[in-house]
Design a protein around this ligand. Structure first.
Ligand SMILES: Cc1cc2nc3c(=O)[nH]c(=O)nc-3n(C[C@H](O)[C@H](O)[C@H](O)COP(=O)(O)OP(=O)(O)OC[C@H]3O[C@@H](n4cnc5c(N)ncnc54)[C@H](O)[C@@H]3O)c2cc1C
Ligand SMILES: *[C@@H]1O[C@H](CO)[C@@H](O)[C@H](O)[C@H]1NC(C)=O
Ligand SMILES: *[C@@H]1O[C@H](CO)[C@@H](O)[C@H](O)[C@H]1NC(C)=O
Ligand SMILES: *[C@@H]1O[C@H](CO)[C@@H](O)[C@H](O)[C@H]1NC(C)=O
Ligand SMILES: *[C@@H]1O[C@H](CO)[C@@H](O)[C@H](O)[C@H]1NC(C)=O
Ligand SMILES: *[C@@H]1O[C@H](CO)[C@@H](O)[C@H](O)[C@H]1NC(C)=O
Length: 394
């Protein structure tokens, strides 16, 4: 028996909605060398950015050349939940966890060139000649410490000769310390370390000159009073060598975190002064030239200018700067993780905003083509049977 016209009409109306209600599963783009985001650098900043992108299934590649700023340090500190782990363990654990996310990839290598093709595309080349494209670039390339050539400093860097009191000060609290750096660095070093040690000698290595003193007085009029108040001895003779006598990586307390390094500082007149450890105020420079070559603005010719309220974006749209390399003057693991995360969120939201317009337009076109509405059906039925639709209902 043939269905009555009214049954036929009802059947037609149900069909299109069945089609509409089966969503297509999400897929990352299938172009093997094209990424949503390419991250340069695999320290805590780059890894944090990768994690934030992986969690929302952005296709991201991290390329890392492994020259970490804290490569030589014994233990990383002031990272809550991970206080005292080795930096290598910290990074390996992060890589292991991130590797479970299928849209995140990591490679060891060196990015040698980044070209902006247009507003939505960068072309990236690595030292092995591999080429990639991406919509956004995150520079997590870090900083490099400029270590003076005086014998013994480079050799003992990060293991008795340190950079930051938060990182390594507590292990050497109440021990006789040396401050290393030019005269202008001394007041800042004293203020950072004054709660940890009182026996301080500042080895200014010949920079206690009338010109340097006048320059420091101009910016810090009370510096001499500060030096006196904290009983800091200023040692101006040139350092010829810093020689290790004892290794605090071996001679250390099992209970209270104390590490007992011991050094002899030799001066140019043959004098030798013993110190347990040192805090240095050396310069640092960008580890990589990629930002500068891309046209990213450098603050004081040193840091990649990032807009913090706009999620670490630089003056080059689509390029983000995070971690030590960026310009908020904070250089530590928690900052690296925060700024990486911030850029990941901003990259994701920015790309979603860019995509929203075309997604809406595509959905509109799709509705017209196939995923038909009830109204579409009624209109085409009218066209098909002519104006005499009233007859159907009788
Ligand atoms: C001696 C010392 C001890 C420290 N201890 C602590 C501590 O205890 N706690 C703490 O919070 N902070 C500590 N810090 C600071 C900490 O190391 C940095 O803040 C942190 O490493 C910054 O992370 P980042 O990811 O920005 O840079 P990094 O960790 O330096 O990583 C940058 C990465 O980018 C890579 N890279 C650069 N250019 C390229 C390129 N062209 N292609 C591919 N890869 C590239 C580098 O090889 C490197 O692997 C210490 C620093 C020093 C010097
Ligand atoms: C990549 O570098 C990390 C250290 O940064 C190392 O642990 C790992 O083995 C390297 N991977 C390869 C494939 O060389
Ligand atoms: C940007 O360049 C890429 C690669 O050449 C191309 O696929 C894309 O269509 C371009 N986009 C725009 C907006 O021009
Ligand atoms: C000390 O000064 C000498 C000579 O200027 C210089 O070569 C050396 O790098 C300086 N060392 C330190 C620790 O500042
Ligand atoms: C510190 O050393 C420098 C370089 O040797 C010298 O020029 C300067 O006079 C010294 N300062 C003092 C106060 O002796
Ligand atoms: C930084 O970003 C904020 C928010 O988007 C914007 O209002 C501000 O103008 C930006 N600053 C600079 C210097 O571009």
């Amino acid at each position: 028996m043939l269905p009555s016209p009214i049954h036929f009409f009802a059947l037609l109306l149900t069909l299109p909605f069945a089609v509409l209600s089966s969503p297509v599963p999400w897929q990352a783009n299938q172009d093997a060398s094209h990424y949503d985001v390419l991250i340069v650098g695999g320290g805590p900043a780059g890894l944090s950015a990768l994690s934030g992108l992986a969690r929302v299934r952005r296709k991201a590649l991290l390329i890392d050349s492994g020259e970490y700023r804290n490569l030589l340090t014994r233990h990383a500190h002031d990272i809550i939940g991970s206080d005292g782990v080795t930096p290598a363990y910290f990074r390996a654990k992060a890589r292991e966890q991130i590797s479970l996310y299928p849209t995140a990839s990591m490679k060891n290598g060196t990015v040698t060139d980044i070209q902006q093709v247009n507003n939505s595309c960068f072309a990236i080349t690595d030292a092995d000649g591999n080429q990639y494209t991406s919509r956004k670039v995150v520079l997590a390339t870090g900083m490099k410490d400029v270590i003076p050539s005086t014998p013994g400093i480079d050799e003992n860097w990060a293991r008795g000769i340190y950079w930051c009191p938060w990182c390594d000060g507590y292990e050497h609290r109440d021990q006789p310390l040396g401050l290393l750096g030019t005269l202008d660095k001394v007041p800042g070093l004293i203020r950072e370390i004054e709660t940890l040690n009182t026996d301080l000698i500042a080895f200014v290595n010949g920079t206690l000159t009338p010109a340097n003193m006048a320059a420091l007085t101009a910016t810090e009029p009370d510096w001499e009073k500060l030096v006196k108040a904290y009983n800091v001895q200023i040692e101006n003779r040139t350092i010829t060598e810093i020689r290790r006598l004892q290794d605090g990586g071996i001679v250390k307390s099992a209970v209270d975190k104390a590490e007992y390094d011991k050094f002899m500082v030799y001066l140019d007149d043959g004098t030798a002064i013993e110190r347990a450890a040192f805090f240095a105020g050396f310069e640092s420079v960008q580890r990589s030239d990629l930002g500068r070559k891309l046209g990213v603005t450098l603050v004081n010719d040193k840091s990649l200018l990032a807009n913090f309220t706009a999620g670490m974006v630089t003056n080059i749209a689509g390029v983000y700067a995070v971690g030590d390399a960026n310009s908020d003057g904070s250089t530590n693991v928690p900052h690296a993780m925060w700024s990486g995360k911030r850029a990941a969120v901003q990259c994701h939201i920015t790309m979603a905003e860019e995509d929203a317009e075309s997604a809406i337009a595509q959905a509109g076109a799709k509705a017209k083509r196939g995923a038909v509405t009830r109204r579409d059906v009624e209109e085409s039925l009218l066209e098909f049977i002519g104006k005499d639709i009233e007859g159907l209902w009788r």
